[in-house]
Design a protein around this ligand. Sequence first.
Ligand code: SF4
Ligand code: SF4
Length: 287
Amino acid sequence: MREARFHIPAPGGVECTLCPHHCRIPEGGRGRCRSRECRDGKLWALSYGAPCALAVDPVEKKPLNGFLPGTYCLSLSCTGCNLSCRWCQNSDISQAAPGEVECTVLTPEEAVDLCIRRGLPSMAYTYTEPFTWWEYMYDMAVLARRKGLKNILVSAGYVEQEPLRELLPYLDAANIDIKAMDDGFYRTWCGARLAPVLGNILALHEGGVHVEVTNLLIPGLNDSDGQVRALCHWMVDHGLQAVPLHFSRYFPRYRMREPGMTPKATLLRAKGIAQDAGCETVYLGNV
Ligand code: SF4
Ligand code: SF4
């Protein structure tokens, strides 16, 4: 546990300003991400130094196809997410609170040292929502950069501008998930909003970070021609035509039993729409 950044006093507690939810957290309470708790009028990052997942992954698994291809990264995650996607593939850790799943103790120094000893060129903050453990990620990213390692962010991109701005100089690559080009979809299925995500993708790109975008296509929910076209045109219209775009196959998980997995034809259709719109590099994932 570590005292958290990004909060202001609020009646009876604090207001967390890390992400657009701006949770009002009463004394003894936790925010929506379950990772940040108010105690003694302060906000605490509960999972600091306590990763619940640690693995060595090919960088293509993030997915990143245009950044250090053929290499492996030290992938690390703590519990917590500020979204609540009903199909979450990692719900056992993303929707858990610190203490509900087994964690290991690993300081930022030990994590970076482990990456170096394994001969890996990069650290990846991934699996859950890394912004909900911002302090831990930030400390690791600063150290990793100092030691000549690269930093990879895998995120839904739902964060306020200030925490992103502080982290950005230490990031080398990011894969950001756009759930759908539809604010109603975000509100109904993910408990979030679209606009901050789009703004943050642009900020990362303009900040010189290698960005790739993922779009999970769910039959009947976000896979219409219109939805796919809107996403692709937004990318091209904002100068992101060269940003690799990954259309990913959905499988029923967590609270979603229906619909069934995405047909391959849907992914191929999306790829065609993206190419027609001017997206230069389109990949299909989970197939
Ligand atoms: S980071 Fe967590 S506690 Fe802070 S505003 Fe977002 S959901 Fe709430
Ligand atoms: S943003 Fe990712 S980790 Fe969080 S609930 Fe959605 S799918 Fe799961």
